[in-house]
Design a protein around this ligand. Structure first.
Ligand SMILES: Cc1cc2nc3c(=O)[nH]c(=O)nc-3n(C[C@H](O)[C@H](O)[C@H](O)COP(=O)(O)OP(=O)(O)OC[C@H]3O[C@@H](n4cnc5c(N)ncnc54)[C@H](O)[C@@H]3O)c2cc1C
Length: 521
């Protein structure tokens, strides 16, 4: 919706359109509340489009003794696999085991047995040294003992956020991007009575009556509502990834290994037709309101880890096509603890109708939403869950008669849910072709321009579809075709298109381009 369309009162306003805000929004609409979600930038602009794309229990949390967090995450993973097939997909993991380095087989056996137990079925198996060498391209042979394989899942993080938001809108919720919540007004008893929202494009401001504001602002959450816990504040930790073309390698599973420098887990994984290497975990010194960028040191750290374990891959930074950095909002007592040892569990604090929820994981968004809504309950009116609008089920027989591979149909169903049918069936056949060497199809670009609140080109290229990460130069070479496809729906004149294209190319260069190699001292 547009900022100028916002009107009336709401039972609840949600500030922040990342996975946390989207989860709360979706959950609250399902429970029958009248809800407005306001996102200061674009939906999924923050960390929720910059994660490692894993829907996982988190073996590392088990190692830290956080059994409950792991159990909840494993249960959520199973739920999301059932609920969003084609969007959340099973993914195999393999971890080589070395003599004198990384976890021992006994330690992995203990962890994975608990992991399998929590999932209700055995989900791991061991491979001999020879099998490991056959399965993992370029793997170091020296001191290699064996490998262990296990199951988790993968997602397009930004599309999961968008799926939740647009499903909730379909059921009566209102969501607006480029609208920043700037404050709350309280009544005589100190309870939230209204929130103030600013249109980030025009500067227009609005006061919306509501008894509840859910603050899901991620790393920026303390701007609206400082932590009441003495000495505890959000510690913004940056995690970065590098993207490589998958050719000539074809990986069908995640390779997980311990970085030789600090024994942190690092992953090399296939995603959307490319290979992704990550992540780091460092204090983010920069402005949390600006787009982050990987540092040269992080890039060097990632390459060093990969080249130690997978020397035969012969990958270096000159092969890298793009990069991405995200900020993890972690509530911390300060910098006394190593970044990777900070708790990833979520926290909720509240003050008479203002409920802040932050931390946690993409995987566990429903648990965050549950806890936030529980904290808001005393301030909410009583509502009965509305009967969800029956899903406009895509006519599968018509879809299967199209000349589109089954995998593409599954992907589209997962990403667009009730809207998938119209998305594929109403398009010219030429738009059902993939965009270059990516799994995205041209029809998605047109659908986004038509229905998905595009304010600026990065919204389209980096979050509605992910070609800004998947193609060299952020897919700038395709922008003329994007323009001709989208201009009927975006009402941008020629000058605006030129500006958008230039701004996108500059942003990509500044924040998503491959890092320069470190200069030798
Ligand atoms: C490198 C990295 C890898 C990760 N990998 C995984 C993984 O593989 N699996 C997993 O489960 N988890 C992972 N996580 C964790 C997960 O990504 C985050 O926990 C999650 O994305 C946080 O979501 P969020 O909605 O709280 O924050 P964000 O996604 O940052 O969203 C907050 C939003 O609020 C908006 N906002 C801020 N202030 C206001 C305001 N005043 N008004 C309106 N809007 C506002 C911002 O613009 C932003 O879009 C990873 C995290 C990082 C950093």
């Amino acid at each position: 919706m547009l900022f100028s369309d916002i009107q009336g009162e709401y039972d609840m306003v949600v500030a922040g359109g990342g996975i946390t805000g989207a989860g709360v929004f979706h959950g609250a609409v399902k429970r029958g509340f009248k809800v407005l979600l306001a996102e200061a930038r674009d939906f999924a602009w923050g960390t929720s489009s910059r994660s490692s794309k894993m829907v996982h229990g988190g073996l590392r949390y088990l190692k830290q003794g956080r059994l409950l967090l792991t159990r909840a995450a494993v249960q959520e993973r199973e739920f999301l696999l059932r609920q969003y097939p084609g969007l959340v997909t099973p993914m195999g993991f393999i971890m080589p085991l070395f003599r004198h380095y990384g976890p021992s087989r006994a330690a992995m056996a203990a962890g994975l047995s608990i992991y399998s137990l929590l999932a209700g079925e055995r989900q791991h198996r061991y491979f001999t040294q020879k099998e490991a060498l056959d399965m993992i391209p370029g793997l170091r042979k020296e001191n290699l003992l064996s490998a262990v394989g296990f199951k988790d899942a993968q997602v397009d993080d930004a599309r999961l956020v968008l799926r939740l938001i647009y499903d909730a809108c379909q059921n009566g919720g209102d969501a607006v991007n480029y609208a920043r919540v700037t404050g709350v007004e309280r009544d005589a008893r100190g309870r939230v009575a209204a929130v103030l929202i600013r249109d980030e494009d025009s500067g227009a401001a609005l006061e919306i009556k509501t008894p509840v504001l859910i603050n899901a602002g991620g790393a920026l959450a303390e701007t609206l509502h400082p932590s009441p816990m003495k000495g505890f504040h959000i510690r913004p930790l940056r995690g970065s990834h590098l993207f490589f073309p998958s050719n000539p390698l074809s990986l069908d599973r995640v390779i997980s290994f311990m970085h030789p420098q600090d024994q942190r887990p690092v992953f090399l994984f296939p995603w959307e037709g490319v290979l992704v290497l990550g992540t780091t975990d460092v204090d983010h010194g920069g402005d949390v309101n600006a787009e982050p960028r990987i540092s040269k040191e992080e890039a060097h750290y990632l390459m060093e880890g990969m080249n130690h374990v997978l020397p035969g891959l012969n990958l270096n930074l000159s092969h890298c096509i793009s990069s991405m950095a995200g900020i993890r909002p972690v509530l911390s007592r300060g910098k006394s603890l190593a970044a990777s040892k900070e708790s990833r569990e979520h926290v909720v604090w509240q003050d008479k109708g203002l409920v802040t929820v932050t931390g946690g994981k993409l995987t566990t968004f429903r648990l965050l939403a549950h806890d936030a809504l529980k904290a808001a309950k005393p301030f909410l009116p009583v509502r009965t869950p509305g009967s969800a609008i029956p899903e406009d089920r895509p006519p599968l027989n018509r879809i299967s008669s199209l000349k589109v591979p089954g995998r593409t149909v599954e992907r589209i169903l997962g990403r667009y849910g009730p809207k998938a049918g119209s998305m594929i069936l109403d398009q010219e056949e030429s738009l059902l072709a993939p965009v270059e060497n990516t799994p995205d199809i041209w029809a998605e670009i047109r659908h986004a321009a038509q229905h998905e609140d595009i304010h600026h080109l990065p919204d389209l290229m980096l979050r509605r579809v992910r070609i800004g990460l998947l193609l060299p130069n952020g897919g700038v070479a395709l922008l003329d075709r994007v323009e001709s496809l989208c201009s009927p729906f975006l009402s941008w004149d020629k000058a605006r298109w030129e500006k958008e294209k230039k701004d996108y190319a500059n942003l990509w260069q500044a924040c998503y381009s491959p890092p320069e190699p470190l200069k030798e001292p």
